[in-house]
Design a protein around this ligand. Structure first.
Ligand code: UFG
Length: 324
């Protein structure tokens, strides 16, 4: 049985990935500071170490004792706007604390490091779909912190021989039966739309209808968290280190997501056009051919309706999200 340390396993994608691994017989230890994560999101089959990656002796001790085959590193701050106001928070946690984890992984003899990277490492793309080798010029500290850590891993892999995969998520979305999106405050499109439908909020503020896209709203590539989880498991078995862009390759505008949500829920979405949100690129669409060919990755949720339906079921089951 493979032993995996999952940092950020109490968060949105980390908790779903833990569930996916546990369902497949992996031994999972979650390491989480429970700052943005939720205790109730930690799968009861996993061991939980409550701790912060800033605590270097602690994470080194956990990795030395744990005999982990792999580390999956989800723990990070991920709000673009916040990173523009407080870059220190992002470079401190997403880079400096992540280096503590990389050092601990080396000390603990961990063979494989799977890292949650992001489309935000590409900044304003020159073209879509975006391939792995396209220019990476982040336009905010969040994307820069993730790109810096990709480079750290590349050097650690050369120097210490630790294999790594940098998985660049596009727009993570959807839910499993048990694990879904509960950010406080929520800033992501699909949960906000569904909260609007449920009457939990009055309306969606649609950030910009004057982009250079067919309907004027931003286009994104929404990818189900279980498909991201599948890529994590495949990355464990990959013979070599690599970077992979993960999306379906289908770009959907904000208006298209609203219409899909109306179809899934059978209700109208109340929205108001608002000014553009600073830092939002008009289009982000992944070319994931490399993940498909090199990892054998096959996303199962190709349709936005299925992705939204899973998120809708989760909100109906957990109307207040996870317990406090
Ligand atoms: N949007 C709205 N109103 C809202 C929220 C979002 O119109 O209340 C729009 C955004 O402008 C954007 C789209 O919906 O066009 C998606 O926005 P999200 O906030 O759901 O997701 P982002 O594309 O901004 O961010 C995601 C990840 C980030 C990552 C980024 C890559 O959440 O962590 O993709 O650029 F950095």
């Amino acid at each position: 049985m493979k032993k995996v340390l999952v940092t950020g396993g109490a968060g949105y994608i980390g908790s779903a990935c833990s569930e996916y691994l546990l369902d497949r017989g992996y031994d999972v230890t979650v390491f989480d500071a429970l700052i943005t994560g939720h205790r109730d999101a930690v799968d009861p089959r996993a061991k939980l170490v409550e701790g912060n990656l800033a605590d270097r002796p602690l994470i080194i001790d956990v990795c030395r004792r744990g005999q982990f085959d792999a580390v999956m590193h989800f723990a990070a701050f991920s709000l673009v706007g916040e990173s523009m106001k407080n870059p220190s928070k992002y470079f401190g946690n997403n880079l400096a604390n992540a280096i503590n984890l990389a050092d601990a992984a080396v000390e603990g003899g961990v063979k494989t490091f799977v890292f949650s990277s992001t489309a935000a490492t590409f900044g304003q793309p020159e073209k879509v779909p975006i391939s792995e080798n396209d220019r990476q010029i982040p336009i905010n500290p969040y994307g820069e912190s993730k790109l810096c850590f990709e480079k750290v891993l590349s050097w650690y892999s050369r120097i210490y021989g630790m294999k790594y995969a940098a998985l660049r998520y596009f727009n993570a979305a959807g839910a499993t039966v048990l694990h879904g999106e509960d950010h406080r405050p929520e800033s992501h499109l699909i949960p906000i739309i569904l909260e609007t439908v449920r009457g939990k909020r009055e309306k969606l503020m649609l950030f910009g209808d004057d982009y250079d896209t067919p309907d004027g709203s931003c286009i994104r590539d929404y990818i189900h968290i279980l498909d991201l989880a599948q890529a994590h498991e495949l990355a464990l078995a990959a013979p070599e280190s690599g970077h992979y862009n993960l999306g379906t390759g289908n770009g959907l505008s904000v208006f298209e997501i609203i219409r899909a949500a109306e179809e899934v829920t059978g209700k109208k979405v109340n929205f108001e056009i608002a000014p553009r949100r600073p830092g939002d690129p008009a289009r982000l669409i992944a070319c994931s051919d490399k993940a498909r060919s090199a990892l054998g990755w096959k996303p199962k949720y190709e349709s936005a309706l299925d992705i939204i339906e899973s998120a809708w079921k989760w909100q109906l089951k957990f109307p207040e999200g996870y317990a406090k």
